[in-house]
Design a protein around this ligand. Structure first.
Ligand SMILES: Cc1cc2nc3c(=O)[nH]c(=O)nc-3n(C[C@H](O)[C@H](O)[C@H](O)COP(=O)(O)O)c2cc1C
Length: 169
Protein backbone atom coordinates (compact mmCIF):
# COMPACT_ATOMS: atom_id res chain seq x y z
CA UNK A 1 0.00 0.00 0.00
CA UNK A 2 1.20 3.54 -0.77
CA UNK A 3 2.61 5.46 2.19
CA UNK A 4 0.04 7.82 3.68
CA UNK A 5 1.64 11.26 3.46
CA UNK A 6 -1.23 13.19 4.97
CA UNK A 7 -2.31 11.92 8.35
CA UNK A 8 -4.89 14.60 9.10
CA UNK A 9 -8.55 13.72 8.55
CA UNK A 10 -10.01 15.12 5.32
CA UNK A 11 -11.81 18.46 5.62
CA UNK A 12 -15.47 18.31 6.59
CA UNK A 13 -18.02 20.09 4.35
CA UNK A 14 -18.23 22.88 6.96
CA UNK A 15 -14.45 23.35 6.98
CA UNK A 16 -14.39 23.22 3.18
CA UNK A 17 -17.14 25.83 2.84
CA UNK A 18 -15.40 28.12 5.36
CA UNK A 19 -12.06 27.87 3.54
CA UNK A 20 -13.55 28.33 0.06
CA UNK A 21 -15.84 31.11 1.28
CA UNK A 22 -12.82 33.13 2.41
CA UNK A 23 -11.86 33.52 -1.23
CA UNK A 24 -13.73 36.52 -2.69
CA UNK A 25 -15.45 36.25 -6.05
CA UNK A 26 -17.59 38.31 -8.35
CA UNK A 27 -21.21 37.37 -8.93
CA UNK A 28 -22.87 36.33 -12.18
CA UNK A 29 -26.29 35.29 -13.41
CA UNK A 30 -25.92 32.40 -15.85
CA UNK A 31 -28.78 32.16 -18.33
CA UNK A 32 -30.07 29.81 -21.01
CA UNK A 33 -33.32 28.94 -22.75
CA UNK A 34 -35.83 26.19 -22.09
CA UNK A 35 -37.68 26.39 -25.35
CA UNK A 36 -38.75 30.05 -25.42
CA UNK A 37 -38.59 30.49 -21.67
CA UNK A 38 -35.54 32.28 -20.25
CA UNK A 39 -33.90 30.59 -17.25
CA UNK A 40 -31.21 31.96 -14.96
CA UNK A 41 -29.29 31.15 -11.82
CA UNK A 42 -26.91 33.17 -9.64
CA UNK A 43 -23.45 31.64 -9.95
CA UNK A 44 -20.21 32.71 -8.30
CA UNK A 45 -18.22 29.59 -9.30
CA UNK A 46 -17.01 31.19 -12.51
CA UNK A 47 -13.57 31.87 -13.93
CA UNK A 48 -11.61 32.25 -17.12
CA UNK A 49 -9.87 29.10 -18.37
CA UNK A 50 -8.12 29.95 -21.63
CA UNK A 51 -7.37 33.01 -23.75
CA UNK A 52 -6.95 31.27 -27.12
CA UNK A 53 -9.48 29.88 -27.61
CA UNK A 54 -11.56 31.98 -25.18
CA UNK A 55 -12.81 29.47 -22.61
CA UNK A 56 -14.46 29.96 -19.24
CA UNK A 57 -15.94 27.62 -16.66
CA UNK A 58 -18.92 27.59 -14.38
CA UNK A 59 -19.70 25.02 -11.67
CA UNK A 60 -23.32 23.97 -11.33
CA UNK A 61 -24.70 22.06 -8.38
CA UNK A 62 -26.15 18.86 -9.82
CA UNK A 63 -29.43 19.84 -8.13
CA UNK A 64 -29.45 23.23 -9.89
CA UNK A 65 -32.52 23.33 -12.17
CA UNK A 66 -30.39 24.99 -14.86
CA UNK A 67 -28.32 21.83 -15.47
CA UNK A 68 -30.73 19.98 -17.76
CA UNK A 69 -31.92 22.95 -19.85
CA UNK A 70 -28.37 24.28 -20.25
CA UNK A 71 -27.11 20.91 -21.52
CA UNK A 72 -30.05 20.67 -23.90
CA UNK A 73 -29.75 24.27 -25.08
CA UNK A 74 -26.00 23.99 -25.76
CA UNK A 75 -25.54 27.73 -25.29
CA UNK A 76 -25.47 29.85 -22.15
CA UNK A 77 -24.80 33.41 -21.12
CA UNK A 78 -22.75 34.83 -18.26
CA UNK A 79 -24.08 38.14 -16.93
CA UNK A 80 -21.45 39.71 -14.64
CA UNK A 81 -23.24 41.81 -12.04
CA UNK A 82 -22.45 45.36 -11.00
CA UNK A 83 -22.27 46.46 -7.37
CA UNK A 84 -25.93 47.53 -7.46
CA UNK A 85 -26.90 43.98 -8.52
CA UNK A 86 -27.41 42.34 -5.13
CA UNK A 87 -31.22 42.25 -5.43
CA UNK A 88 -30.77 40.66 -8.85
CA UNK A 89 -28.35 38.11 -7.36
CA UNK A 90 -30.86 37.24 -4.64
CA UNK A 91 -33.73 37.05 -7.11
CA UNK A 92 -31.89 34.58 -9.34
CA UNK A 93 -31.01 32.38 -6.36
CA UNK A 94 -34.40 32.25 -4.70
CA UNK A 95 -35.90 28.77 -4.33
CA UNK A 96 -39.20 27.82 -5.87
CA UNK A 97 -41.11 28.11 -9.06
CA UNK A 98 -41.06 31.88 -9.68
CA UNK A 99 -40.44 33.72 -12.92
CA UNK A 100 -37.04 35.18 -12.09
CA UNK A 101 -37.10 37.35 -15.21
CA UNK A 102 -40.34 39.12 -14.34
CA UNK A 103 -39.67 42.86 -14.41
CA UNK A 104 -36.06 42.30 -15.52
CA UNK A 105 -35.38 43.73 -18.98
CA UNK A 106 -33.38 41.35 -21.13
CA UNK A 107 -32.60 40.73 -24.77
CA UNK A 108 -30.84 38.12 -26.89
CA UNK A 109 -29.22 37.97 -30.29
CA UNK A 110 -30.21 35.19 -32.68
CA UNK A 111 -28.93 31.91 -31.24
CA UNK A 112 -27.66 33.67 -28.10
CA UNK A 113 -28.61 33.40 -24.43
CA UNK A 114 -30.69 35.91 -22.43
CA UNK A 115 -28.72 39.06 -21.65
CA UNK A 116 -29.83 41.06 -18.60
CA UNK A 117 -29.78 44.76 -19.37
CA UNK A 118 -28.60 45.47 -15.82
CA UNK A 119 -25.38 43.48 -16.29
CA UNK A 120 -22.36 45.60 -17.34
CA UNK A 121 -20.69 42.63 -19.00
CA UNK A 122 -22.36 39.78 -20.84
CA UNK A 123 -20.65 36.79 -22.47
CA UNK A 124 -22.46 34.46 -24.87
CA UNK A 125 -20.99 30.94 -24.82
CA UNK A 126 -21.42 27.57 -26.47
CA UNK A 127 -20.94 24.51 -24.29
CA UNK A 128 -17.53 23.00 -25.04
CA UNK A 129 -17.41 20.20 -22.44
CA UNK A 130 -19.20 19.19 -19.26
CA UNK A 131 -17.53 17.11 -16.57
CA UNK A 132 -19.16 15.65 -13.51
CA UNK A 133 -17.09 16.56 -10.43
CA UNK A 134 -18.47 15.35 -7.10
CA UNK A 135 -21.82 16.99 -6.44
CA UNK A 136 -21.31 19.57 -9.23
CA UNK A 137 -20.95 19.73 -13.00
CA UNK A 138 -18.06 21.75 -14.38
CA UNK A 139 -19.27 23.32 -17.62
CA UNK A 140 -16.64 24.77 -19.93
CA UNK A 141 -17.97 27.31 -22.39
CA UNK A 142 -16.39 28.90 -25.43
CA UNK A 143 -17.08 32.62 -25.60
CA UNK A 144 -18.72 33.66 -28.85
CA UNK A 145 -19.64 37.26 -28.09
CA UNK A 146 -19.01 39.88 -25.42
CA UNK A 147 -21.09 42.96 -24.69
CA UNK A 148 -19.59 45.52 -22.36
CA UNK A 149 -22.31 48.05 -21.65
CA UNK A 150 -21.03 49.98 -18.62
CA UNK A 151 -17.94 50.61 -16.50
CA UNK A 152 -19.81 50.12 -13.21
CA UNK A 153 -17.73 48.43 -10.47
CA UNK A 154 -18.44 44.71 -9.90
CA UNK A 155 -20.47 43.14 -7.13
CA UNK A 156 -18.31 41.00 -4.82
CA UNK A 157 -19.16 38.00 -2.64
CA UNK A 158 -17.21 36.61 0.30
CA UNK A 159 -18.11 34.47 3.36
CA UNK A 160 -21.75 34.44 2.28
CA UNK A 161 -22.03 38.25 2.05
CA UNK A 162 -22.23 40.71 -0.80
CA UNK A 163 -19.51 43.36 -0.69
CA UNK A 164 -18.74 46.58 -2.44
CA UNK A 165 -15.56 46.82 -4.50
CA UNK A 166 -13.05 49.17 -2.83
CA UNK A 167 -10.21 50.00 -5.21
CA UNK A 168 -8.30 52.09 -2.62
CA UNK A 169 -7.06 49.23 -0.38
C1 LIG B 1 -24.02 34.55 -4.32
C2 LIG B 1 -24.51 33.19 -4.79
C3 LIG B 1 -23.68 32.37 -5.52
C4 LIG B 1 -24.12 31.11 -5.97
N1 LIG B 1 -23.26 30.34 -6.71
C5 LIG B 1 -23.69 29.16 -7.19
C6 LIG B 1 -22.82 28.37 -8.00
O1 LIG B 1 -21.69 28.74 -8.28
N2 LIG B 1 -23.32 27.20 -8.51
C7 LIG B 1 -24.59 26.77 -8.24
O2 LIG B 1 -24.99 25.71 -8.73
N3 LIG B 1 -25.42 27.48 -7.43
C8 LIG B 1 -25.00 28.67 -6.91
N4 LIG B 1 -25.85 29.41 -6.13
C9 LIG B 1 -27.19 28.90 -5.81
C10 LIG B 1 -28.12 29.05 -6.99
O3 LIG B 1 -28.22 30.39 -7.45
C11 LIG B 1 -29.54 28.54 -6.68
O4 LIG B 1 -29.49 27.42 -5.88
C12 LIG B 1 -30.12 28.19 -8.00
O5 LIG B 1 -30.55 29.36 -8.67
C13 LIG B 1 -31.16 27.14 -7.96
O6 LIG B 1 -32.31 27.50 -7.27
P1 LIG B 1 -33.39 26.39 -6.80
O7 LIG B 1 -32.73 25.07 -6.79
O8 LIG B 1 -33.73 26.82 -5.41
O9 LIG B 1 -34.53 26.50 -7.74
C14 LIG B 1 -25.43 30.67 -5.66
C15 LIG B 1 -26.28 31.51 -4.93
C16 LIG B 1 -25.83 32.76 -4.48
C17 LIG B 1 -26.77 33.65 -3.72
Amino acid sequence: MARQLIAAPPPTPTEWRAAMGYFPTGVTVVTCWQGRTPLGSTINAFCSVSLEPPLLLICLDRANPLCGPLAECGVFGVNILAEDGRDLARRFAVAGDIDRFEGQPFRAVDGGAPQLEAAPIFIDCVVETTTRAGDHFVVIGRGTRIEHTSAAPPLLYQKGRFLRFDPDV
